[in-house]
Write a new protein. Structure first.
Length: 354
């Protein structure tokens, strides 16, 4: 850790020199990037100095303990040692967090796609529960949550639900939600009280920005229009307002029927299409760099799970980090921070090791 810190403190001097260069100041994009790096490295310097000072105090206190005979003073010194050890651990954790470069995508807006997997009607109801959980979480964080597209199920819930979330650190807190979520509970329609297992898949897509190179050629699109329908085949309207777009080069297909205007449905579908094409491109680039990549969305089968929601036991388990908590009722009300922070901390450590 000390070697990494020393290298970064040398970099801090370089950054300070660059920020004083008039040529850098005239390039506002570069200046902003260097200013952010300077802020991060300055924070590292302050915390590291505090860490060294605390460590020196701890060494002195331990040395004093070896020579002290007074029981009352020994008790005071022991208490001070405990406090200093706690401060040292907190400082070290903060240093390790700063040592991992921040993900430039942390505050990017996302599109979240939730689909019913194994389990029929119960899976569709579970999709509805997950949608509600993420919407509550977004509201708690002060994010903007917008519905993009929905496909309702005949008995409640959704076969598919697509929404966008935008705000501070949206991607940071939700990027690890992609995968298969499994639910275990007794359905309201189950007369015998038998426990059912269902699944839903979640995909987290970065919404492309103006800086992203996502070019969609209209000539490479197949656009179909059809009559929008709701759950049970009830027609929403009698015009062909629903839109399905196929991107021929990648095979990506999106559809939107929520708006009454065909034009609005096409705009929304294009927004989703760009996000999916960008994600496909990103995955291909990652595969070139590394052969190992966790698949974000599987088939919705029970075996490909990342998390289990057990209602009878009020238990939620994240299988990637062996985390189990017994506050499922609170999590479903949007209190996701404990799980999100545990996942962030775990992947930070993994990144630090690498």
């Amino acid at each position: 850790m000390e070697e990494k810190v020393k290298k970064l403190l040398e970099r801090l001097q370089e950054v300070e020199a660059l920020l004083g260069n008039p040529d850098v100041f005239s390039d506002q994009k570069r200046y902003k990037k260097l200013s952010q790096e300077h802020s991060r490295l300055s924070e590292l310097k302050d915390i590291y100095n505090y860490y060294l000072k605390t460590n020196d105090q701890l060494i002195e206190s331990k040395a004093l303990l070896l020579t002290e005979k007074d029981p009352e003073l020994i008790e005071v010194i022991n208490e001070e040692i405990t406090n200093l050890q706690n401060e040292l651990a907190i400082s070290q954790a903060r240093i390790e967090t700063i040592l991992v470069p921040p993900d430039p995508n942390d505050s990017r807006n996302i599109i979240m796609e939730i689909r019913a997997g194994t389990g029929g009607d119960e899976a569709a109801l579970f999709v509805g529960d997950l949608v509600r959980m993420y919407q509550y979480y977004g509201n708690n964080k002060g994010w903007i949550v917008e519905t993009i597209s929905t496909t309702e199920s005949e008995r409640g819930g959704f076969k598919e639900y697509v929404m966008s979330l935008s705000g501070q650190n949206v991607y940071r807190f939700l990027k690890f939600e992609g995968g298969t979520h499994r639910v275990q509970r007794v359905p309201a329609t189950e007369a015998s009280g038998r426990l059912h297992t269902s699944a839903a898949t979640v995909a987290v897509l970065l919404e492309p920005t103006d800086d992203d190179d996502v070019e969609i050629d209209e000539k490479e699109l197949k656009i179909d229009t059809y009559r929008a329908s709701g759950a049970g085949g009830q027609h929403v309207n009698v015009t062909d307002s629903a839109v399905r777009i196929t991107h021929i080069p990648t095979g990506v297909v999106v559809a939107c029927q929520d708006e009454r205007s065909q034009h609005k449905n096409k705009d929304t579908a294009m927004r989703l299409l760009k996000a999916k094409v960008a994600e496909k491109k990103r995955i291909e680039e990652e595969k070139k760099r590394s052969k190992e990549r966790a698949v974000q969305v599987g088939t919705g089968d029970r075996s490909e799970r990342i998390r289990t929601y057990n209602y009878p036991q009020n238990r939620i388990s994240d299988h990637r980090i062996n985390l189990t908590v017994y506050n499922l009722d609170q999590v479903m009300e949007g209190n996701l921070d404990e799980i999100a922070n545990a996942l962030i901390a775990f992947y930070y450590q993994e990144k630090l090791k690498s």
